[in-house]
Design a protein around this ligand. Structure first.
Ligand code: GDP
Length: 327
């Protein structure tokens, strides 16, 4: 490890935000020398074994995620809890912007010295997003944050990815007309520890109460897990705008985290996630290696042509290809 990296590690451990920013930029880089430096840096920081509460937050566009994160973050800051917010935006490549690109988002929180907010990199290298996010989480933990909130828009696979790297998963929903419940993917409902029905205020209050009852019922049907204390997963009404229910939401998150820690589920969950990401990395690495290999490319193309010309079935060609790879 270079002296420069050593110094960067020291500054991160002291909680310097600028050093943290630089390190996040480093882990986002795809340059080989940066990658090597990032890996070395993370190894040094890992030895300090600092842990934050990792909260995953997902919800459809417009549900009030940024309003919630700002209000929730400000509440934590006032209570002396240091929070880092990482946003994962699966659509940034398409829209050309980041979900934090809008300057008005989390305006107050971003100016608080003890908080850290970081938009995600674009999706130009989709395979790398989860690794970069995980590494950014690790950096925030090393920098001494108490809470790392990983926010994502509830579309595509990003929410599954985020659910797979957090200690608690929170789903933010809005009051809905009858059929909207079906719009939430089952897998995500199953991952949710806490459903917060936002906008439970003003004219929306009655709809919020109905939605809450629907989701609470759906949650009870969907899941009963030994790693949940009684009453979890839970659905709560909140108003990020009028600041209602945020303290209760935080109390529930803390209660669940404490319970999981006490029962050992916390470590089991983290260990399971670590194995999962290890296997994913190996898989992605193998695929990348295959894709870059000229001989593999030629053989794939030849088999592809034979399949297209109906000389061989897709399955038989795949079996031949796999046998060739093995041999
Ligand atoms: P995001 O796309 O999920 O990040 O949603 P935003 O935080 O940008 O909020 C979308 C819209 O919902 C904005 O106009 C907010 O002012 C509004 N909003 C957010 N939270 C609440 C709330 O608790 N109550 C009401 N009535 N509106 C809210």
């Amino acid at each position: 490890m270079t002296a420069e990296a050593e110094q960067l590690a020291g500054r991160i451990l002291k909680g310097e935000r600028r050093a943290l920013s630089r390190a996040v930029t480093l882990v986002e880089s795809t340059r080989a020398d940066h990658r090597a430096a990032a890996t070395a840096l993370l190894e040094v920081l890992r030895k300090h074994k600092r842990q934050a509460l990792r909260i995953g937050l997902s919800g459809p566009p417009g549900v009030g995620k940024s309003t919630f994160v700002e209000a929730f973050g400000m509440m934590l800051v006032k209570a002396g809890v240091r929070i880092a917010v990482l946003a994962v935006d699966p659509s940034s490549a398409r829209s050309g912007g980041s979900i934090l690109g809008d300057k008005t988002r989390m305006d107050r929180l971003s100016r608080v010295a003890s908080a850290f907010i970081r938009p995600s990199p674009s999706m130009r290298h989709p395979g790398g997003v989860s690794r970069r996010t995980r590494e950014a989480v690790a950096l925030c933990e090393a920098a001494g944050f108490d809470v790392v909130l990983i926010e994502t828009v509830g579309v595509g696979q990003s929410e599954t990815m985020v659910a797979g790297m957090c200690d608690l998963f929170v789903l933010l929903l809005a009051p809905a007309g009858g059929d909207e419940l079906q719009g939430v993917k089952r897998g995500i409902m199953e991952s949710a520890d806490l459903i917060l029905v936002n906008k439970a205020d003003g004219d929306l209050k009655p709809a919020a109460t109905r939605t809450l009852a629907d989701y609470a019922g759906a949650l009870r049907l969907l899941r009963k897990r030994p790693q949940d204390p009684k009453g979890f997963p839970k659905a709560l009404p909140i108003s990020a705008l009028e600041l209602h229910g945020l303290d209760q939401a935080w109390a529930e998150m803390q209660a669940l985290a404490a319970w999981r820690k006490a029962k050992g589920h916390w470590n089991v969950r983290r260990a399971g996630q670590a194995i999962h990401w290890f296997e994913e990395e190996v898989r992605a690495g193998l695929l990348a290696r295959l894709k870059d290999d000229a001989r593999v490319k030629r053989t794939m193309a030849a088999h592809g042509a034979a399949v297209a010309a109906e000389k061989i079935s897709p399955d038989a060609a795949a079996a031949e290809m796999l046998a060739w790879l093995k041999g």
